[in-house]
Design a binder for this molecule. Structure first.
Ligand code: UDP
Length: 235
């Protein structure tokens, strides 16, 4: 395996499958099976899950809701998704712990870095819910933050496109896919990988990001074993 400890970022929308809202149990099961395969190879897996399939603070704010209130709802949405993913992984026999950035002790452990690292060493998947615990941030920022904190080798951003393109491949047939790209080139070309806060945090801490299509069976294993699929953003 190319990577020993990874942080997998899954967006909330990825959990919707073909639905318009919420969680698709089949998609969840597929993801759990993909994750199980890399756990069996001894890879240490931490996951940050988004909440966009349930609620986003900015969406609430655009309809007049207080932004902070909406962000609290978004953070709770990530805990709901974390619980769903935990349950799907445990159905596959994968041991897990859910740690939350906001205190919700009856439901999830609080985020404690040393504990998280101990769980990983024992082969448990650690799911980080609640984002960063702060409004005005995203779960991409949480993913980078947690990845740095636990010294992950790489952040894997599972999406529905198979990498980073020179322009939107769904709109432009001439769009070119990059296999590798530098942080500087992403910024100078104005490409969108993560929000700027998350992206620069990754760059400053020299944490590589791989963007890949998580919906294709076997892709997660390929990425972790070092096959060149998706796009790798590096220094
Ligand atoms: N959120 C937040 N602070 C964080 C992470 C998330 O307030 O550190 C809230 C925010 O409202 C966000 C929502 O949770 O819109 C869901 O997270 P995100 O939009 O990152 O989910 P994704 O797009 O990955 O599904």
């Amino acid at each position: 395996m190319q990577y020993n400890r990874i942080l997998l970022k899954l967006s909330g929308e990825a959990l919707m499958g073909k639905r318009q809202y919420g969680i698709d149990p089949e998609r969840l099961q597929e993801y759990a099976q993909e994750i199980k395969q890399i756990i069996e190879k001894g890879v240490e897996v931490a996951i940050v899950i988004g909440g966009g399939n349930i609620f986003r603070g900015v969406a609430g704010a655009s309809r007049g809701m207080d932004r902070v209130q909406g962000d609290h709802m978004g953070m709770l949405a990530t805990v709901i998704n974390g619980l769903a993913l935990q349950s799907a992984l445990e159905d596959e026999g994968v041991p897990t712990r859910l740690q939350s950035a906001i205190k919700i002790n009856e439901v999830a452990e609080p985020f404690i870095r040393r504990k998280a690292m101990r769980h990983l060493e024992k082969g448990r998947v650690v799911i980080f819910g609640g984002g960063t615990g702060n409004p005005y941030f995203t779960t991409d920022s949480a993913a980078v933050l947690r990845a740095i904190e636990i010294s992950a080798d790489v952040i894997l951003k599972g999406t529905r496109v198979d990498g980073i393109y020179s322009s939107d491949p769904e709109k432009n047939r001439d769009a070119i896919k990059f296999d590798f790209i530098s942080f500087d080139d992403v910024l100078s070309k104005g490409l969108k990988v993560m929000d700027t806060t998350a992206f620069t945090l990754s760059q400053e801490n020299e944490l590589p990001i791989i963007v890949f299509d998580m919906n294709k069976k076997g892709n997660l294993m390929k990425v972790v074993s070092g096959e060149s699929i998706g796009t790798k953003v590096n220094l």
